[in-house]
Design a protein around this ligand. Sequence first.
Ligand code: 3UK
Length: 506
Amino acid sequence: ELRYPERLNCVAELLDRAVRRGGGARVAIRSASGDWSYAELLEHVNRVANALRGPMGLKTGNRVLLRGANTPWMAAAVLGVLKAGLVAVPTMPLLRARELGAILVKAEVDAALCADGLRAELEAAPGLPRKVVWFNTGGAEGSLEALAAAQEAAFTACDTAADDVCLISFTSGTTGVPKGTMHFHRDVLAICDCFPRSVLKTRADDVFIGTPPLAFTFGLGGLLLFPLRAGACAVLLEKLTPETLLLAIERYRATVCFTAPTFYRQMAALAPTRDLASLRASVSAGEALPLATREAWQRATGLRMIDGIGATEMLHIFISAADDDIRPGATGKPVPGYQACVLDDDGKPVGPGVIGRLAVKGPTGCRYLADERQRDYVRDGWNLTGDAYEMDADGYFFYRSRTDDMIISAGYNIAGPEVEDALLRHPAVAECGVVGKPDEERGQVVEAHVVLKDGFEPSPRMAAELQEFVKEQIAPYKYPRALRFVASLPRTETGKLQRFKLREGA
Ligand code: 3UK
């Protein structure tokens, strides 16, 4: 079991400690604008903390909205807020003024730190607080860089309790209004001491790289907190594409990569042209990893992928597997520290081989911000993530679909991701999304939305070929009776397929 002192500031543990122990000269962050050692990062964080408590006049517990792509100053802003005893409210870079306005109100935000490049939408947001400071400005007057430069380089971490809220993270919400989830200082350390230690087996010479924004807890953990906890190095890059991520892995000799399944799918096609010898771990999360994608990446790189399911409510990954423990098709087993089980609709555990609702429990868990849905997510201390899972006799957990996405056609339960996995094995298929389409006779029919690879043309013949192809691989009743060719699929900023948009026939 993880034990932390009652008084705890997570940044003191993640950063001050590393420098105090002589790690100050090691590289903490690399980026397009240069590198920061641990000592330099600490100094920036301290100056930001001083600016927040000094000229910005913020007090313990005040909430600070953060907005920026993955850059060193965004990292310093997040850590500065936590170290100063304030509450970080990170927001996804693509959010619009109206969405930001909703967060400002819901999270009762007192101040904001925002990257200059993302300024317009925040300035247009209703209810913007008076205290807003911009960064990545190149040092303009009144900017965070300028304010920070005028501050002391030392700052003693605010004496917070282990169970003081330090982070309010909003769900990306493929449907509905984003929900704020609250996390404590000890939760931040707990995620660093679970998945990265037991599954990734992080080392001080690791170099972390990847796509998830720091505003998404997948990215905050994988690209900032985990590397710091290990005394390792984080590469922070903006606007990555599958091509540029591969180039960056080669250039920075990255050892651990974090991204979503779509990126791995696209990178697999390009990987043979790059030298990826430095890479030792490829972590996929955000949505289900099709076995076809896992195999394609392994063929292209010789690397086994680490699938992990995490959630904003749980802060990070709680079921995963690496190396010898990987079972094809399974997400894995509960990360040490967490427990998981599969429940029926009445909340009773089901045996192996039965699909039910995933329930998890561990050092982190869901605490919605003044949200009535708390009771839907947490029951008897178990977190119900909304995922349909099945366990096998050896305790491996197999993802089937989101609970609400299960397709029921003529009495059969069909999981879209299984049909997607079958389609992805066809050489013409680049991306696909499978949903239930209302049907008078069958209730629903399986409908596939297919993006073809370059060089393949949509045609009735291609559609029939793909339908036959699916029937040959999985039970024929699962084949997509309806099939549409599309140019692209709707995805969230976190890489999730927006199935509701496919269902709306968008
Ligand atoms: C789905 C997965 C199958 C699943 C996240 C890693 O995705 C993250 O958080 P979100 O709040 O979404 C949570 C939901 O996403 N999901 C995530 N990973 C997987 N489904 N296989 C997976 N490997 O429905 C879950 O309930 O956006 C992921 C770390 C931190 C995160 N916040």
